[in-house]
Write a protein that binds this ligand. Structure first.
Ligand code: DGP
Length: 113
Protein backbone atom coordinates (compact mmCIF):
# COMPACT_ATOMS: atom_id res chain seq x y z
CA UNK A 1 0.00 0.00 0.00
CA UNK A 2 1.49 3.31 -1.08
CA UNK A 3 0.71 5.23 2.13
CA UNK A 4 1.77 2.48 4.55
CA UNK A 5 4.99 3.23 6.44
CA UNK A 6 5.83 -0.46 6.94
CA UNK A 7 5.30 -1.18 3.23
CA UNK A 8 7.75 1.64 2.54
CA UNK A 9 10.29 0.13 4.97
CA UNK A 10 9.78 -3.31 3.37
CA UNK A 11 10.40 -1.77 -0.07
CA UNK A 12 13.58 -0.05 1.16
CA UNK A 13 12.10 3.43 0.74
CA UNK A 14 12.48 4.30 4.43
CA UNK A 15 15.64 3.24 6.28
CA UNK A 16 15.44 0.88 9.24
CA UNK A 17 17.89 -1.18 11.25
CA UNK A 18 17.23 -4.60 9.76
CA UNK A 19 17.47 -7.63 12.07
CA UNK A 20 16.23 -10.35 9.69
CA UNK A 21 14.94 -10.64 6.14
CA UNK A 22 13.71 -13.38 3.84
CA UNK A 23 11.38 -13.46 0.85
CA UNK A 24 8.20 -13.06 2.93
CA UNK A 25 9.32 -11.36 6.14
CA UNK A 26 11.25 -8.34 7.37
CA UNK A 27 12.32 -7.68 10.95
CA UNK A 28 13.70 -4.33 12.07
CA UNK A 29 14.38 -2.48 15.30
CA UNK A 30 11.53 -0.35 16.65
CA UNK A 31 12.13 3.39 16.37
CA UNK A 32 10.80 3.89 19.93
CA UNK A 33 11.98 0.82 21.89
CA UNK A 34 9.97 -0.27 24.93
CA UNK A 35 12.58 -2.80 26.07
CA UNK A 36 16.34 -3.32 25.59
CA UNK A 37 15.44 -5.61 22.68
CA UNK A 38 12.45 -4.40 20.64
CA UNK A 39 12.19 -5.73 17.11
CA UNK A 40 9.18 -5.49 14.79
CA UNK A 41 8.50 -8.50 12.59
CA UNK A 42 6.28 -7.87 9.57
CA UNK A 43 5.09 -9.73 6.51
CA UNK A 44 6.33 -7.89 3.41
CA UNK A 45 2.84 -8.28 2.00
CA UNK A 46 0.37 -5.70 3.31
CA UNK A 47 -1.92 -7.38 5.86
CA UNK A 48 -3.77 -4.85 8.03
CA UNK A 49 -3.77 -6.75 11.33
CA UNK A 50 -4.12 -10.18 12.93
CA UNK A 51 -7.84 -9.90 12.24
CA UNK A 52 -7.06 -10.02 8.51
CA UNK A 53 -5.06 -13.27 8.50
CA UNK A 54 -6.76 -15.78 6.21
CA UNK A 55 -6.09 -18.90 4.15
CA UNK A 56 -4.45 -16.83 1.38
CA UNK A 57 -1.94 -14.95 3.55
CA UNK A 58 -1.43 -17.15 6.61
CA UNK A 59 1.88 -18.52 5.31
CA UNK A 60 3.41 -15.02 5.59
CA UNK A 61 1.98 -14.61 9.10
CA UNK A 62 3.38 -18.01 10.13
CA UNK A 63 6.76 -17.01 8.69
CA UNK A 64 6.75 -14.02 11.04
CA UNK A 65 6.47 -16.41 14.00
CA UNK A 66 9.22 -18.57 12.56
CA UNK A 67 11.41 -15.45 12.25
CA UNK A 68 10.66 -14.58 15.88
CA UNK A 69 11.91 -17.98 17.04
CA UNK A 70 15.00 -17.65 14.85
CA UNK A 71 15.77 -14.16 16.17
CA UNK A 72 15.22 -15.23 19.78
CA UNK A 73 17.73 -18.06 19.32
CA UNK A 74 20.24 -15.84 17.51
CA UNK A 75 19.96 -13.07 20.10
CA UNK A 76 20.24 -15.54 23.00
CA UNK A 77 16.93 -14.64 24.60
CA UNK A 78 17.02 -17.74 26.78
CA UNK A 79 15.51 -15.87 29.74
CA UNK A 80 12.36 -15.34 27.73
CA UNK A 81 10.75 -12.80 25.48
CA UNK A 82 7.35 -11.37 24.76
CA UNK A 83 5.72 -11.53 21.33
CA UNK A 84 2.83 -9.09 20.94
CA UNK A 85 0.58 -8.06 18.08
CA UNK A 86 -1.71 -5.14 18.81
CA UNK A 87 -4.85 -5.54 16.73
CA UNK A 88 -7.11 -2.54 16.24
CA UNK A 89 -7.37 0.89 17.83
CA UNK A 90 -8.46 -0.17 21.31
CA UNK A 91 -5.49 -2.53 21.53
CA UNK A 92 -3.15 0.33 20.60
CA UNK A 93 -2.34 -0.58 17.01
CA UNK A 94 -0.91 2.64 15.57
CA UNK A 95 0.47 1.20 12.30
CA UNK A 96 -2.15 -0.66 10.27
CA UNK A 97 0.22 -3.25 8.83
CA UNK A 98 0.43 -6.55 10.72
CA UNK A 99 3.47 -6.63 12.98
CA UNK A 100 4.71 -8.63 15.92
CA UNK A 101 6.68 -6.85 18.63
CA UNK A 102 9.56 -9.05 19.87
CA UNK A 103 10.45 -7.64 23.28
CA UNK A 104 13.13 -8.83 25.68
CA UNK A 105 15.74 -7.74 28.16
CA UNK A 106 13.53 -6.76 31.06
CA UNK A 107 10.68 -8.20 33.15
CA UNK A 108 7.14 -7.86 31.79
CA UNK A 109 3.87 -7.48 33.64
CA UNK A 110 0.97 -9.91 33.18
CA UNK A 111 -1.72 -9.06 32.43
CA UNK A 112 -0.36 -6.21 30.30
CA UNK A 113 -1.71 -2.72 30.94
P1 DGP B 1 1.78 -0.51 17.28
O1 DGP B 1 1.55 0.65 18.19
O2 DGP B 1 1.53 -1.84 17.93
O3 DGP B 1 1.04 -0.33 15.96
O4 DGP B 1 3.34 -0.48 16.95
C1 DGP B 1 3.90 0.32 15.96
C2 DGP B 1 5.35 0.46 16.28
O5 DGP B 1 6.00 0.91 15.10
C3 DGP B 1 5.69 1.47 17.37
O6 DGP B 1 6.29 0.76 18.45
C4 DGP B 1 6.67 2.43 16.74
C5 DGP B 1 7.08 1.73 15.48
N1 DGP B 1 7.34 2.59 14.33
C6 DGP B 1 6.48 3.50 13.80
N2 DGP B 1 7.04 4.10 12.75
C7 DGP B 1 8.28 3.55 12.60
C8 DGP B 1 9.34 3.77 11.68
O7 DGP B 1 9.28 4.59 10.75
N3 DGP B 1 10.47 3.02 11.85
C9 DGP B 1 10.58 2.09 12.86
N4 DGP B 1 11.72 1.42 12.93
N5 DGP B 1 9.59 1.86 13.74
C10 DGP B 1 8.46 2.59 13.61
Amino acid sequence: MSDCIFCKIAAGGIPAKIAYEDDLVLAFHDIDPKAPTHILIIPKEHIVSAADINAENSAAAAKCLEAAAKLAAELGLADGFRLVSNCGDSAGQSVKHLHFHLLAGRDFMWPPG
